[in-house]
Design a binder for this molecule. Structure first.
Ligand SMILES: Cc1cc2nc3c(=O)[nH]c(=O)nc-3n(C[C@H](O)[C@H](O)[C@H](O)COP(=O)(O)O)c2cc1C
Length: 245
């Protein structure tokens, strides 16, 4: 995928994303050129770039299928993380309730998370459903990810339905995933009933009656080649669309 660097103020026909994982300043920092405030109705964006970015985004897990590390031993720059989160904040939201909440785990806190998730799985899984391999993976994801982002939904009771608030959070997460892909970062949206247990929500600090945890997003710079989509292309869109004129 061609990778672009944007810097300076928005220009017509310029590349708007700071999508440059390969071009780094002498300090080793990724140069980021996102701008965050749309200033006019004319978006100076090449539409082909956004289509390419959407296709380029891939689920990349912190470990390979054999359990080997799948992310580089390389920090995600604080400015990059902040940009990802700020982009999440621009997601569409009915009633402007902005229901997305995030808890970021990096450094030693990833191990605390791994420990917590492991025990929560052990203590809340019926014997017949318990799978040691699942337990191992749950712990390893958190330990091997460069950053883990707990994905929360805090509902504004009585205003917008829970379903719509969940959808808005998913939009915010997609903003993160696309922005991350543009910067060469792999992400993996992991879901499990364990994440939405009251004890897990409490661990994340989401104690409201209608609060939800919708998953954990793991992120890191891939250690291996950027993957192809598993099982190839999506089923054709023509099979999912009915046109009425
Ligand atoms: C809400 C949501 C939850 C997901 N949970 C999991 C999961 O628990 N385990 C998993 O392997 N993949 C999970 N995925 C990722 C999908 O497996 C992945 O998106 C799919 O295989 C297509 O691959 P791609 O993301 O590279 O296009 C989840 C994706 C979404 C949107």
């Amino acid at each position: 995928m061609p990778i672009f660097l944007f810097s300076g103020p928005p220009r017509r026909h310029s590349r708007p994303f700071g999508i440059d994982a390969s071009s780094r300043s002498g300090s080793g920092q990724v140069k980021i050129g996102f701008w965050v405030t749309p200033s006019s109705s004319q978006m100076p964006m090449n539409p082909a770039d956004i289509s390419e970015l959407i296709r380029h985004r891939r689920t990349i897990k912190p470990i390979t299928s054999t359990g080997a590390p799948n992310y580089q031993d390389r920090a995600i720059e604080p400015a990059v993380l902040e940009q990802l989160l700020d982009n999440a904040n621009w997601a569409p939201t009915h009633g402007l309730t902005e229901p997305w909440r995030f808890v970021i785990f990096q450094g030693a806190s990833r191990f605390t998370l791994a420990e917590f998730l492991g025990s929560a799985y052990e203590q809340n899984t019926a014997r017949k459903d318990f799978k040691p391999a699942k337990l191992g993976k749950m712990r390893l994801y958190a330990e091997q990810a460069t950053v883990a982002i707990a994905l929360g939904m805090q509902r504004h009771t009585g205003v917008i339905s829970a379903e719509e608030e969940v959808i808005a959070v998913a939009c915010a997460v997609q903003n993160i995933q696309l922005s991350a892909a543009a910067l060469g970062l792999g992400t993996f949206w992991s879901s499990s009933p364990v994440y939405d247990l009251p004890t897990t929500r409490q661990f994340f600090g989401w104690t409201g009656e209608t609060d939800r945890c919708l998953g954990i997003l793991y992120a890191g710079y891939p250690a291996n080649r950027w993957p192809e989509r598993k099982h190839g292309q999506p089923e054709p869109i023509t099979e999912k669309v009915e046109w009425r004129n």
